[in-house]
Write a protein that binds this ligand. Structure first.
Ligand SMILES: [Fe+2]
Length: 332
């Protein structure tokens, strides 16, 4: 299924050294951001607000709309132009109520961040808020969600279920995306990986691990129970944890909780860091919920990796993102 090898010479002292394809530096910088909740409700009519969307619309107007700022996304774009990560991972909830107009607006935002080859997207529960027509919604981002070697059987075009898990490799890093998004009942924001994805995930983790990639798993819902309330949980988290424990990974990145979270899962080969992040458009005054994004600098060193993580936080006074901290971020 997957035979490409991470054949980078471990030369941590030479950050300008290149891989065989001359495309990605030895040190790969991966930015992680999540949950922008880009809304577009100016022309919403009564007919658009049937069922669960009515509750979501009222909540947005009364409370949540004030929690997210469009100007933060502009500040983010400016900051990313300066930090220049090699790749950007967006872990879901790009839209708020899954309106087709939100998907169109979000595609424009994604294009402002970079081309599909430099930005990987996985959906969140708000991107499947209700059952929608694939071609009017998620299909508008398909190129940001495709594997390096997309399926050739035509099933890429008929929904996220057929698309995931996805695999993209950038230098020594294997970016593995899982979809947990699916419509749920009013008041619920649960997610599920599902048996088919879990089976394919096991194969991808096994093969990329054997080929010595630094495996980064992108998922919207946190895989660690207790990270969010029961109504927002990942319903098959134990099954996912079993796969991760058995086949291993180097890092799990998630959104959904809208706050900074740090956990570790035990695997056969050690411990696996699980990192959750706040919404990148959040105006919250609570420190753990304030808008941030993370930059991972991943360098292969001998048989392992040296990883540093920089946390960039939104500074409302200056309307810009600034460095909050930077530290080593290794496995054990
Ligand atoms: Fe969210």
């Amino acid at each position: 299924m997957f035979s490409k090898q991470c054949n980078i010479s471990p030369r941590a002292d030479d950050r300008s050294a290149r891989t065989n394809d001359q495309a990605t530096p030895v040190t790969v910088t991966l930015a992680h951001l999540s949950d922008p909740h880009i809304s577009c409700m100016d022309n919403v009519t009564g007919r658009d607000l049937a069922g669960k969307r009515l509750l979501g619309y009222l909540r947005w107007k009364l409370q949540r709309g004030a929690e997210h700022g469009k100007h933060l996304l502009e500040a983010l774009k400016t900051d990313l132009a300066q930090t220049q990560p090699d790749h950007i991972a967006v872990t879901g909830d790009l839209t708020h109520l899954s309106f087709p107009a939100e998907f169109t607006k979000t595609r424009q935002w994604l294009q402002s961040l970079g081309p599909p080859s430099k930005v990987t997207v996985i959906p969140g529960n708000h991107d499947t808020y209700v059952k929608t027509d694939w071609h009017q919604t998620m299909a508008r981002w398909t190129d940001y969600m495709l594997s390096d070697k997309p399926r050739k059987d035509g099933r890429n075009s008929d929904g996220t279920g057929a698309l995931f898990p996805i695999l993209r490799t950038r230098g020594c890093v294997a970016i593995i995306g899982i979809c947990t998004a699916r419509p749920s009942a009013p008041h619920l924001a649960v997610g599920r990986v599902g048996t088919r994805q879990l089976q394919k995930l096991a194969t991808i983790l096994s093969e990329t691990g054997r080929n010595r990639f630094y495996r980064v798993v992108l998922i919207h819902h946190p895989p660690v129970p207790g990270s969010v309330s029961w109504r927002k949980r990942l319903t098959d988290a134990p099954a996912l944890q079993s796969i991760l424990a058995c086949y291993g990974a180097e890092l799990v990145l998630h959104g959904h909780a809208h706050r900074t979270l740090q956990h570790r899962l035990k695997t056969r080969s050690g411990t696996l860091p699980v990192s959750g992040i706040s919404s990148v458009s959040a105006l919250s005054r609570k420190p753990e919920r304030r808008a941030r994004y993370h930059i991972y600098r991943i360098t292969p060193v001998d048989a392992t990796w040296e990883v540093r993580r920089e946390i960039r936080i939104y500074a409302s006074g200056d309307n810009c993102f600034i460095r909050e901290s930077e530290q080593r971020f290794n496995l054990n």
